[in-house]
Design a protein around this ligand. Structure first.
Ligand code: GLC
Ligand code: CA
Length: 552
């Protein structure tokens, strides 16, 4: 496979609202990010993925955009952004932007026009349908609760919104929509941004028949008719030809519902679409009858199967995007590790496991500190509309017990990852001098950046070492991947091979002491989260990576 800077890189995701507040209004902002660039440089990351910073009424924290070429007032202005880009580039850090183009805000001028009349020149920028027997055009359910159709008085028709009703879906079958989006993308690229993370890009092309979906819960499932629709690859190829291929940038698609076969199309190296995609099979393992709302632990064998499938399946064809967490997922250590007694060991173990696989690793802000789930016990602490809507729908309509639902939220609500970054032991963890928009996790006195910067054994410094290893060891970037000990329900083990070199990685995903058949004696330890590891056992959440020279 070809070399590329984004294959050698580690990407750090910033959720600006919760990162650092520079002016005391309780909301993170661009100046706050600039003030932490040295922190990120020290960590060693190469690329920042910036969650949306555009003008937005914030129904979905910036994923509902009302002006693609302006900065959200709460975050600053375009001058601040230009500063951020310049200051990042000075430090050799690239910035990729969140591109949210499956939908806009309902307050975007295009939608304001579109809803005015059937004859409006912007009418076909969105997806409008007549009702059926006085009801919605079909039975599709929105991913944020309720119907996916919203009735609009002005023209007695419905518009489609896969997400909230303040996020109407754009009509990608309209040539003018695509051209407007490409223009906007070029504008950002001319500014010097280094690429895009494309929000739910797998949903942009809808099945034109708009058939009813299979009932899941209260509504029909729209996924089979909206994910990987009839023209999605054609549109991405067009976007690549007209925009992406003209610049030295990287792209990663958030491809909801993606299968390995589809991923090969989105991210196949010879396909001229995207560089890589996020797949969600590992984060969806805990799902149950209420979809993601569940509190079941994740089965390690199943988890390993997912990674084996993706690592081996894309070998020689496309590139993996590796992540445990992001702004839509709970905290990695709370979900896959242990956020109690073994928090530090398990956070480091998860780092080893992810960063030494084949693909580009993504760190979600705070993961490098082992930040944990929010620990909210009251519905009023939650801010996320998905969580709040789901609470009402499941408790009030589907009969889930309130305590049960609060447990589900505590496990998987998106707000678990959205509590403010924990910088130090000052008020509000040093995130803001004002009142934070969402509660700070109470454990900030114990878990914070200031303490970890000083401690050579901290999770932060361990991540720093992991990133350094990626930059130094070619095998981590280019070695082939092979899963080991597939049957083990306790150890996640794999090897990477490059020429006569081998890297063996062993990770204990349990709080128990486990034994296994040993590794060759002629092995050097590349990184370990305990001291004096080696041999035929692993301590609770122990991780160890061996470098082996095969031919000596
Ligand atoms: C993506 C984003 C998520 C957002 C949704 C709608 O899944 O990651 O945060 O709510 O798209 O834009
Ligand atoms: Ca602020």
């Amino acid at each position: 496979m070809k070399n590329a800077w984004w294959k050698e890189a580690v990407i750090y995701q910033i959720y600006p609202r919760s990162f650092c507040d520079s002016n005391g209004d309780g909301i993170g902002d661009i100046e706050g990010i600039i003030s932490k660039l040295d922190y990120l440089k020290r960590l060693g990351i190469d690329i920042i993925w910036l969650s949306p910073i555009y003008e937005s009424p914030n129904d979905d924290n910036g994923y509902d955009i009302s002006d693609y070429q302006n900065i959200m007032r709460e975050f600053g202005n375009m001058k601040d952004f230009d500063q951020l880009l310049e200051q990042a580039h000075i430090r050799n850090i690239r910035i990729i932007m969140d591109l949210v183009v499956n939908h806009t805000s309902d307050e975007h001028p295009w939608f304001i026009e579109s809803r005015k009349s059937k004859e409006n020149p912007y009418r076909d920028f969105y997806i409008w349908k007549e009702g059926k027997d006085g009801r919605e055009p079909n039975n599709w359910g929105s991913w944020f609760g309720g119907s996916a159709w919203e009735y609009d008085d002005a023209t007695d028709m419905y518009y489609l919104h896969i997400f909230s009703k303040k996020q109407p879906d754009l009509n990608w079958d309209n040539d003018k929509v695509r051209q407007k989006i490409y223009e906007m993308m070029r504008w950002w690229l001319e500014k010097g941004v280094d690429g895009f993370r494309m929000d739910v890009i797998s949903l942009i092309s809808k099945n034109p028949a708009f058939p009813d979906g299979e009932i899941h819960g209260l509504y029909g499932d729209l996924a089979p008719y909206c994910a990987h629709g009839p023209h999605v690859h054609e549109y991405l190829k067009e976007m690549n030809r007209e925009v992406l291929s003209q610049y030295d940038i990287m792209t990663v698609g958030e491809t909801s519902c993606v299968t390995l076969e589809e991923a090969k199309k989105y991210a196949g190296e010879d396909r001229q679409e995207l560089n890589m995609v996020f797949q969600f099979e590992h984060v969806e393992l805990g799902s149950g009858i209420y979809g993601k709302w569940n509190d079941q632990p994740i089965d390690l064998i199943a988890l390993k199967k997912v990674f084996k499938k993706w690592e081996e399946g894309l070998e020689g064809i496309g590139w993996n995007a590796l992540f445990w967490s992001n702004h839509d997922q709970p905290r990695a250590v709370s979900r896959y590790g242990n956020d109690g007694e073994y928090r530090e060991y398990s956070a480091k173990m998860l780092g080893v496991c992810l960063h030494l696989m084949k693909g580009t690793p993504y760190i979600y802000q705070g993961e490098e500190l082992g930040m944990t789930n929010a620990g909210f016990t009251d519905l009023s602490d939650y801010r996320d509309l998905e969580s709040i809507n789901a609470y009402h729908e499941l408790v009030e309509v589907q009969g889930v017990e309130p305590e049960q639902m609060m447990r589900y939220l505590g496990k998987v609500s998106r707000d678990n990852a959205r509590t403010p970054m924990q910088w130090n032991t000052e008020t509000n963890a040093g995130f803001t001098t004002g009142t934070p928009w969402i509660k700070v996790n109470e454990n900030y006195k114990k878990i914070n950046a200031a303490a970890q910067l000083k401690d050579p054994d901290s999770i932060y410094n361990f991540y720093r070492r992991l990133i350094q290893i990626r930059h130094e060891e070619e095998i981590v970037v280019s070695g082939s991947f092979e899963m080991l000990m597939e049957e083990s329900g306790q150890i996640f083990a794999y090897q990477r091979v490059l020429d006569d070199k081998k890297l063996v990685v062993l990770c204990n995903f349990t709080p128990n002491h486990v034994t296994f058949d040993g590794v060759p004696k002629k092995a050097d330890i590349l990184i370990e989260n305990y001291k004096n590891g080696g041999g035929t056992y692993l301590r609770p959440y122990e991780a160890i990576a061996y470098k082996i020279k095969t031919y000596e």
